[in-house]
Design a protein around this ligand. Structure first.
Ligand code: HSE
Length: 432
């Protein structure tokens, strides 16, 4: 029984996908039933790994081809990826996509259309590249009440932070070196400013907590302001700095969903996830903690996830065809999107977290006391206050708080910034 696929895009991930599909030996036997029917590319003049007769620049012809069962969208970007996926769905084709940006923004529209048309939209490759995390949340962990998903889901920033940690270098110089080495994009904005991670945690939160997520409500802070000084002080205090993407159940009807650089205790399972690796820690009841670790990007790992989704759909189609179920088919409720409402995301001011802050102050008597009093007046309890030395003629004071309300901490910080003795609030980071 053959299942015909049409690929939209033959870049890094598309090429990796074709390589797996054309080399089924010692892989799942169902792979032999997958036939590449058409491949949509921007230009047919370049040498490609598929025969020229499969190539077309007419992407619309793929999503409307009656012979194609599954459309694999690996072209990336928002448009025309969104429109093509919607057209494929309208033509009753199942869709496999690696496109986190399109799903995080248009998931509502895409999944509503897919439910109506009775087709699957699977997206394992959109988060964590080759790491199986979406299907485990949907299926293997479905008996659990998920309480938190905490991930290192961006390889570029993890690579930069790891090198800053190991070499003591500054963000700008390591970013530029990472670009030269091909570990960071020429335009690194989506990675270093946290948007790529925000797309991914929005998708994970939606799956883990069974509701849609409005991307603009996801708090997003990147790593541009993480300096070598913070890495050194974090290290002295027993932490490493990681860009974490966090989705957490705050109450029965409210979530926290956020991305920011975070001081992570060295003993925490995510602290030792280094370089371009990704990891996602899920906390559920009753399973407790379970962590998924692996390569979050690259042709092979991402294609591994794409092809797994293709095989999942092919397996379901095989059963359906064998039993000749009537139209429209009943979708597997664990694999299809089964929620329509939006989750409520709590404002950051209500976040309960610990903070690290570094101040440059006049080296006068009583400055530490004033800081402590101001924090105390705003119900911010301090775990430690240390004058760590003198920098640029100013006293350098590092504060770590207990668990506090972010709103209270920010109000205290506003007052502290007005104090004559304070020259600069040099850094503020959250602590896991
Ligand atoms: N740019 C991403 C990263 C990979 O650096 O992790 C694709 O999601």
């Amino acid at each position: 029984m053959a299942f015909k696929v049409g690929l939209l895009g033959l870049g890094t991930v598309g090429t990796g996908t074709v390589e797996i599909l054309r080399d089924p030996a010692q892989r799942h036997p169902l792979l032999q039933d997958i036939v590449i029917h058409k491949v949509g590319v921007r230009s047919i003049d370049k040498p490609r790994i598929v025969p020229a007769e499969l190539l077309t620049t007419d992407l619309e012809s793929i999503v409307s081809d009656p012979e194609i069962d599954i459309v694999i969208e690996v072209m990336g970007g928002l448009e025309p990826a969104r429109s093509l996926m919607l057209k494929a769905i309208a033509n009753k084709k199942h869709v496999v996509t690696a496109n986190k940006a399109a799903i995080a923004r248009f998931g509502d529209e895409i999944f509503t259309a897919a439910s109506k048309a009775g087709v699957y939209v699977l997206l394992e490759a959109a988060v964590g590249g080759g790491i199986p995390v979406i299907e485990p949340i949907k299926k293997s962990l479905c008996a659990n009440r998920i309480n938190a998903v905490t991930g290192i889901v961006n390889g570029t920033t993890n690579y930069i932070l790891t090198r800053m940690q190991l070499e003591g270098g500054d963000f700008t110089e390591i970013l530029s070196d990472a670009q030269k080495l091909g570990y960071a994009e020429a335009d690194p904005t989506a990675d270093v400013d946290g948007m790529d991670a925000a797309d991914k945690i929005a998708i994970l939160a939606s799956l883990a907590f069974g509701g849609r997520i409005k991307l603009p409500e996801v708090y997003c802070e990147g790593i541009r302001n993480v300096s070598a000084i913070e890495i050194v002080y974090a290290e002295k205090l027993g932490f490493v700095i990681k860009l974490l993407a966090i989705a957490k159940r705050k109450s029965s009807d409210e979530l926290e969903v956020r991305v920011h650089p975070t001081l992570v205790p060295k003993s925490h399972p995510l602290a030792s996830v280094n370089d371009v690796y990704n990891a996602i820690l899920i906390e559920g009841d009753p399973i407790g903690q379970v962590m998924f670790f692996g390569r979050g990007a690259g042709a092979g790992p991402t294609a591994s996830a794409v092809v797994a989704d293709v095989l999942n759909i092919a397996a379901l189609l095989k059963v359906e065809r064998a039993t000749q179920q009537s139209e429209p088919p009943t979708l597997d409720p664990l694999l299809a999107c089964s929620h329509q409402h939006y989750c409520t995301i709590a404002p950051m001011k209500d976040l309960s977290t610990r903070f690290y802050a570094r101040f440059l102050t006049r080296d006068d008597p009583g400055v530490i006391g004033k800081l402590g009093t101001c924090f105390g007046n705003h119900e911010v309890s301090l775990e430690s206050v240390v004058q760590v030395g003198i920098r640029d003629g100013a006293a350098e004071i590092v504060v770590v708080t207990h668990q506090v309300q972010e709103g209270n901490f920010r109000e205290a910080l506003n007052q502290i910034e007005q104090m004559n003795a304070i020259e600069k609030v040099a850094s503020v980071l959250r602590v896991l």
